[in-house]
Design a protein around this ligand. Structure first.
Ligand SMILES: [Zn+2]
Ligand SMILES: [Zn+2]
Length: 464
């Protein structure tokens, strides 16, 4: 998201717009009016959520609040949707369904969870919450990824779409997803029957705030938008001994050092440069003392890629290189490295269906103004939103919501000093303009997909 933003100017070439600009502008103005009426309450909701964050897997109050709000708007609400691989974890997913005649089913997602970060923004509504994390450590808690922006935008969209019920037909599926930061909440909801107990969506939409876009703008990537993420654990087993007598050992620390450097050749030498990927060794632990050669060294890796085939090749290369270097060092077969690809710490790449992206962005350009809709490069960060697409069976789209002050961003680009990023203890989105655009953009996106011809004509007719 730090990368340069490319303003796309030739967006609508050759595509038949689904609405005439004047009509869509009218709709945009109408949505503005509805958002205006609720903006004070949205900002209050946002500040309240911001002051009361909950960690991944512990979203009890947040989910109850979302459920309550959706219920009061007339949605049929189910709570505690989510089944994790560890049965003791409670799934705090919320599903709100609003049926409004026949038409497509559209899913809109917000995440519910916050991060173990001690807030240092100094804002009057800053979080002062502290809690114990799952390992028993005392931590501060903060909505440092802006999921409170997303929750509030979803609630504003929920209300606006109720007020615009004569303009769309179909089934709206609004979901509050737990444990996005822990990568597991989307899968937990699907594993708990999200698409069997509730209507299966024809489209899935989400937004995410950005510290690299001005409030009032949205950004998008067509095709791959975020990478897949896979955790890999490696145990390099050697034969320990006295630090003064390496000849009587097989030193796993030296092998680990060679493995780490050799792993860097996977991205640089084993795949085409046009196909991005990352292999990062984020953790290395081995040994206890200066003069002891240990028995083993443990590495923790994250692997990022867009294409599934590339991901599989990288994982195979990690296994081959690690075992090959150990063998070259003379480590016996029965002490070969253990390379374990995590089954749970994995999320697929997030793919923005190009046709869906084009359709929604065309409608957003008309509603927000073309200058406020910008194409941005894809990033190697990950999201578990991609799960909702069931490997391409359901078209998905996540877009970026500008959340920072335009002047501050311009200054940061000029000076090269970056603004506080997502997950920073200083990340402070601008509430009002961000929420206005979040609600408007998501409302317009849903109307584009659900505002079938009949409802458009009657809406246009009613104004004539
Ligand atoms: Zn995050
Ligand atoms: Zn996030």
């Amino acid at each position: 998201m730090r990368a340069r933003i490319v303003v796309l100017t030739l967006v609508a070439c050759g595509l038949a717009p689904s609405l005439l600009p004047a009509q869509q502008t009218g709709l945009g103005n109408h949505v503005d009016g509805l958002v205006n009426r609720q903006i004070d309450s949205l900002v209050a909701t946002y500040k309240n959520l911001h002051s009361n964050p909950e960690l991944s897997g512990h979203e009890e109050k947040t989910s109850a609040f979302v459920a309550n709000q959706l219920q009061s708007l007339g949605y049929s609400v189910t709570e505690r949707v989510g089944k994790y691989s560890r049965p003791e974890w409670v799934g705090y997913g919320v599903v709100g369904v609003l049926k409004n005649g026949s038409g497509p089913t559209v899913l809109v997602r917000t995440e519910l969870d916050a991060l173990p970060v001690e807030e240092k923004t100094g804002l009057p509504y800053a979080s002062k919450v502290r809690t114990k994390d799952d390992s028993g450590q005392d931590v501060g808690v903060m909505h440092a990824c802006g999921h409170d922006v997303h929750i509030t935008s979803l609630l504003g969209t929920a209300k606006t779409l109720v007020e615009l019920k004569d303009r769309w037909h179909g089934t709206l599926l609004l979901i509050g997803q737990p444990a996005e930061e822990a990568i597991g909440g989307a899968k937990a909801m699907l594993d708990d029957g999200l698409y069997t107990r509730f209507p299966r969506p024809d489209y899935a939409l989400a937004l995410h705030d950005s510290n690299d876009l001005e409030a009032g703008k949205v950004g998008y990537s067509s095709g791959y938008a975020l990478a897949s993420s896979t955790s890999v654990d490696i145990i390099i087993r050697g034969i320990g001994g006295h630090g003064s007598r390496p000849e009587s050992t097989k030193d796993p620390i030296v092998v680990a050092a060679q493995v780490i450097l050799a792993l860097q050749t996977i991205v640089s030498r084993e795949k085409p440069a046009q196909d991005p990927a990352v292999v990062t060794v984020g953790s290395i632990h081995g040994g206890t003392k200066h003069n002891i050669i240990p028995d083993e060294v443990r590495l923790q890796l994250t692997v990022r890629a867009y294409q599934e085939e590339t991901r599989q090749k990288i994982l195979a290369s990690i296994d081959r290189i690690t075992k090959g270097i150990a063998a070259a060092a003379g480590i016996p077969e029965d002490r070969a490295p253990i390379v374990k690809v995590s089954a749970t710490e994995y999320t697929p790449a997030t793919y923005n269906n190009p046709e869906l992206t084009r359709r929604v962005m065309d409608s957003l350009e008309k509603a927000l103004g073309a200058a406020n809709v910008v194409e941005v490069p894809p990033i190697m960060a990950s999201e578990d939103f991609g799960n909702f697409g069931l490997s391409g069976q359901i078209p998905t789209l996540i877009f970026w919501l500008g959340a920072v002050d335009a002047a501050a961003l311009a200054k940061s680009k000029q000076t090269g000093v970056p603004l506080p990023s997502l997950h920073s203890s200083l990340f402070a989105p601008l509430p009002e303009p961000t929420l206005r655009t979040g609600v408007k953009a998501m409302t317009v996106a849903v109307l584009e997909l659900m505002g079938g011809k009949a409802s458009r004509q009657s809406a246009v007719g009613s104004r004539q």
